[in-house]
Design a protein around this ligand. Sequence first.
Ligand code: URA
Length: 241
Amino acid sequence: MPVSPKSQASGASELLSELARQASGCELCPQLVESRTQVVFGSGPADAELMLVGEAPGASEDREGFPFVGASGRLLDELLAGIGLSRDEVFIANVLKCRPPENRDPRPEEVANCSPWLERQLEVVDPAVVVTLGNFATRLLRGDTAPIGKVRGRPEIAGVGSRQVRLFPVFHPAAALYRRPNLEVLQADFAAIPALLALGPPEQAPPDPGPATARGEAGDEPGVGAEGESGPDGADQLGLF
Ligand code: URA
């Protein structure tokens, strides 16, 4: 019987833990290394079908080491509860894993430095639906500069790494804290998430079989059966290490 990637969650958990360990020592952005207390990698199950991507840790997140634990996080919990979900069921990450000083906006070079961590999180968790919270996550994962106000509430299928996902841009929860009318918009957008999840992952492009010689070599390898004991989430295949 084929092994679905989601039934290999324990392998994915180990990959995520290893990724978190590596990220915890990241020193690519000198100013953020100075300003952070710790790297805020992300939280949630490795087999989550829904991934939420925010902007960057704030003071509470920097102190506690988890994403969305401050005021925005409490609102996020309420929004999730409103659609029958809890944060234990979703993976939550940010574009930046370190708090920018004075909560300033992420800089383009910081986004560029940090985005491989997010790409690898997306690759390992392999969610069906990715909700981008606000401009930074939306622009990064849509790959253009359209403002959130123009694209929010419109699901689209987007290539993220090697996978197709249902991308769903919504306002950042902080936008609803600062401007109450945004809350209704955010609640209405969240209400669309269960139906997106029910659709499951979008159709995937067939995998690139690679050069014929490489196929032959892999197939001839003793001990790796048709179901691939090395697994689709093997570290080598993800290029994690
Ligand atoms: N907390 C986070 O973890 N991310 C944000 O984008 C805002 C608050």
